[in-house]
Design a protein around this ligand. Sequence first.
Ligand SMILES: [Zn+2]
Length: 474
Amino acid sequence: MNLRKNQAVETYFREVKRYKSILKSTVFFSVIVLLQACQNPPEQNTPREQEKEHPNITKLKGQSSEFTPEIIRLNKNVYVAVGYDGSNASMVIGKNGVVIIDALRALGAAEKVAEEFQKISDKPVKALIYTHGHLDHTGGTSAFTGNSNDVEIIARVGFKSELQENSPVESILKQRNARQFGRDLPSEDVINRGVAPGITPTDRVGEGYLAPNKTFQDSLYISLAGIDFELYAADGETNDELFVWIPDLETLFTGDNYYKSFPNLHAIRGSQYRDVKSWGESIQKMSTFPVKHLVPGHTRPVSGESFVHQNLKNYSTAILSVYQQTIDAMNKGYTLQQTVDSVKLADSLSTRPNLQEFYGSVAWGVRSVFLHYVGWFDGNPTNLYPLTGLQEAKNIIALAGGEQKVKKQLNTALNEGNYQWGLQLADYLLQTDYQKKEVIVIKIKLLRGLAAQEINAPARNYYLSYAYELEKNI
Ligand SMILES: [Zn+2]
């Protein structure tokens, strides 16, 4: 007994000694590293933000918890699959069957969700409702419905009429889409897509799509699987958007007009005009219902009547405020840039967790509204026939004292963290043939510098994707 005790004591002291020596060597090592750091200042051209994580990046990383895969039970009739794909799919259990709302993007992901839903209820699928035509909500339908013709597939009149496959500039839209979503980025660069996980399933994307067999214009009151549904046309992210209200379950499905982020009033991948005023009014209309559970097209559901109401209210106020401020600035004769510079969200809105610019951006929304109403001419006659890009660049470079001076300023901008200014200077130099390769190398660093402090996932993904493209072509 005693012997064992002694052995135990000995082992204990041995361990303490070991930890002490580890501690000593760690402190020693840290001091050395610190001394080295003092002697060797960070290498020039290293974006400062890469050394320490910017608070915006920490926030954006935090948003990823919205996409943890889970089947969320809202009440005994409503289940929401979050994080299985880029968007949400829901199941409403009725008396004699179930109704599915939205169908994900990849058939493979939809099959997994359908399997989970069947474990909860093996009643037959009676109907499937598309909140809008985007592929991330329509690609996996057959996983839920099979090929049965008895399933009602419901959408708005004009469903999918505005999609990029119908565009004459489809090829460039595809490239911009890949950049916005960071589709070709190495996984270590990917945080998320703002309202979706950074990487989404690719197993048979879109292969389960089935066209609607029932459409409606403004509203539809319909009993499905023994439950009363109210469907309302609600222009916003798309012109085929609708929302679903189930009075008996006090549950509202918003489609992509609502999610936990400032709304993407304009998609930088390139899209048709998203009717900002109607979008705000659609949310306003949602806020008139006594909603206990709010199910967004992306990000986790929101519950609690007053909390939901508050969320919808601040969302519609934010959208309509951006809209109205833009209109007011335009009516004062402001140019596009002056309008962008003048529109701000009030602090009471910009600090709300559901209005962070993870996906949409206030400035992009302003630009979109401005261009929608007056087109490309911003009202300043200087811009009727501006100099060619090359001529402007030559003049500015000459004014600055020559290319070398501009290049020096470019390095200063990079080293001081003025990345946007640096990009603008780099673009002047890139119009000329001056040290093209070297300037591109700096531009890549500037793009990465911006990405390292950007809260908006599409912007971050775009900066990084573009940087890799430049790198490949040097
Ligand atoms: Zn979506």
